[in-house]
Design a protein around this ligand. Structure first.
Ligand code: ZN
Length: 123
């Protein structure tokens, strides 16, 4: 069962809105980092807290950037007509799964198999 045009349009809208929200969030984080840099930290405890906060911010930003990339890829797949198709087995990804995670590129079977493989892999 392939996705209807109306369903694709809904996913596209959802992805674009999500992307916009993330973009705005990233700008805010960058702005607050600039503000922090202008402040002085006489107390080393404060400094450590700020450093920890900043590392946390950076990790979130890194995750957000990756997510934005995934959203862009999903939007591309909508344009190319491959959205909702599992990139591993070529089967259809269920609409329910896409609604929960529209950036996914794997059907539930392939995703489960991949997770099992990742858990058992020894690095
Ligand atoms: Zn699959």
């Amino acid at each position: 069962m392939a996705l209807s045009k109306a369903q694709l349009e809904k996913f596209e809208k959802q992805l674009l809105e999500w992307r916009k929200e993330l973009d705005e969030g990233l700008n805010e984080t960058i702005q607050s980092m600039h503000q922090e840099e202008q402040n002085a930290f006489p107390d080393p405890t404060d400094q450590a807290t700020v450093e920890a906060d900043r590392n946390f911010d950076l990790r979130i930003r890194d995750r957000e950037r990756k997510l934005i990339k995934k959203i862009d890829q999903a939007l591309n797949r909508i344009k190319e007509g491959t959205f909702g198709i599992c990139e591993h087995c070529g089967g259809n990804i269920s609409v329910k799964r896409l609604q929960a995670r529209p950036v996914t590129t794997l059907c539930i079977d392939c995703k489960t198999a991949q997770e099992i493989e990742e858990r058992t892999r020894v690095d």
